[in-house]
Ligand binder design. Structure first.
Ligand code: NAP
Length: 434
């Protein structure tokens, strides 16, 4: 379609939480979108599983269809808001194959099949935009892809899952245990009935894989991201973190490093202690934030609503406007950049600091024995503190280490377990953000 085109035919696939809000904007802001794109966005159909399902009154029911493949074939711009892998993947490939540009919010799909979809879009010379796939309304994808395209990013620390941030925040602010905070999140609509993907860190891992690919110009998929969730975090962990000036956050971390002399990328998701004066510590409730460290720009933080139909529709519509302008002007955004081709470092090569809480027999000499064992494994200790716990001749030691490797930590834990004076290793948490 060339300059002066009368309209861009738009198909919306999915009319759920996000799809409904996208349709609302397309219908209610049609004139403004026309002015911004230079063309009329003509909504030609809305693909759903069942046309019989009751819809919001803004949805033009005559445009609903269960024939999604047919709909895709008569569009210039396809907005995929179905979720899941299939049929979303096949429909996006169908759209690209028939020359349509695509906007998607589907992190699960991109984290698993991104390279196939980016390559198809490249070959067909159409756009594939996905701002809403990471951190909802927060414009971090465009920030990395365009604004920071001339810089070198070294590290990303993100709170990319609102459900878990809400739960941890409630545990911190109100002293709730995990199960109670989760139930509260479900009542408020911040957590789904099946919260597995959120609380196990899988949702954050998919987003981390997408951001790592963009930030480091290399291909990273979900399979490269070890994820640990927040189910095991206890009020005692939260209290212990507070005593050393930290809060616990579920972090998605992507960084460049070296392994055996070769540069590589490490991406991981796990709960971590974050100092209370770090910008990420102030991210409350269901909000998202992505903290970026770059060689020239220094540190930046992108912050905002990470989910919700209305907020997410903002990111989708931003992509729609960009894609429609390109349809009108005959151009295309730059392709996926994977020129650096960095590979994933093994998880055991990652270096971080640890907080280890252990219950020990309360007698003289124990501290020295534990400290000697940890140091013997090449992990140096920054602080040791005796915890509040002190009953039945059992005391708690809280050890914070300097930076060490995951492999050294694993070996240390095995050895600690063999010491007679140790009753139990209560928790091991990483310390990030210093
Ligand atoms: P949703 O409320 O479950 O809506 C999904 C829609 O897709 C429904 O209208 C459903 O049709 C339709 N659909 C699903 N499978 C289909 C199939 N096989 N054939 C035809 N139609 C099908 O989902 P959502 O929350 O809007 O999420 C959509 C996408 O946005 C997902 O990729 C999600 O990860 C992403 N996202 C969501 C949020 C958020 O806050 N919700 C935030 C960021 C990104 P019926 O209505 O007929 O069932």
């Amino acid at each position: 379609m060339n300059e002066g085109a009368q309209k861009v035919r738009v198909a919306v696939l999915g009319c759920g939480v996000v799809g409904t809000e996208v349709v609302r904007t397309l219908v209610e802001h049609a004139d403004e979108l026309h002015a911004r794109t230079g063309t009329r966005l003509d909504l030609v159909g809305i693909g759903v599983r069942s046309v019989a399902t009751p819809r919001d009154s803004v949805v033009p029911t005559d445009l609903l269809t269960e024939d999604l493949t047919g709909l895709v074939r008569r569009a210039d711009l396809v907005i995929e808001l179905l979720g899941g892998i299939e049929p979303a993947r096949a429909l996006i490939l169908e759209a690209i194959g028939s020359g349509a540009s695509v906007v998607t919010a589907n992190k699960a799909l991109l984290a698993q099949h991104g390279p196939q979809l980016y390559a198809a879009a490249d070959d067909a010379r159409v756009d594939l935009f996905f701002e809403a796939a990471v951190a909802g309304a927060v414009p971090v994808v465009r920030g990395l892809r365009e604004s920071l395209a001339g810089d070198r990013i070294t590290r990303i620390l993100g709170i990319m899952n609102g459900t878990t941030n809400y739960i941890l925040d409630e545990m911190t602010a109100s002293g709730l245990d995990f199960e109670t905070a989760l139930a509260q999140a479900q009542q408020l609509g911040y957590a789904e009935a099946d919260p597995t993907s959120d609380v196990e860190g899988l949702d954050a891992a998919a987003k981390a894989a997408i951001l790592a690919s963009l930030a480091f110009h290399s291909r990273t998929s979900l399979a490269d991201v070890p994820a640990q969730g927040i189910r095991d975090i206890t009020p005692a962990d939260i209290d212990s973190a507070a005593q050393t000036g930290h809060v616990i956050k579920l972090l998605a971390i992507a960084e460049v490093g070296r392994y055996d002399g070769t540069p590589g990328i490490a991406v991981r998701v796990h709960p971590a202690l974050v100092p209370t004066d770090h910008p990420l510590a102030s991210v409350r409730g269901p909000y998202n934030a992505v903290f970026v460290e770059a060689e020239a720009a220094g540190t930046l933080m992108f912050y905002g609503a990470g989910a919700g139909g209305v907020a997410t529709s903002s990111a989708v519509l931003g992509d729609v406007v960009a894609a429609a302008r390109n349809v009108v002007n005959g151009g295309k955004a730059p392709s996926e950049s994977a020129h650096a081709a960095l590979t994933s470092m093994p998880p055991e090569a990652v270096r971080t600091r640890y907080q280890i809480r252990i219950e020990v027999v309360d007698r003289p000499g124990v501290l020295a024995e534990v400290a000697a064992l940890v140091a013997g494994r090449g992990i140096s200790i920054e602080t040791v503190r005796q915890g509040a716990f002190d009953v039945d001749d059992v005391a708690e030691l809280v050890i914070v280490t300097h930076e060490g490797s995951e492999s050294a930590l694993a070996a240390t834990v095995v050895d600690l377990d063999t010491l007679d004076v140790i009753k139990r290793i209560t928790s091991i948490l990483r310390v990030e953000g210093n």
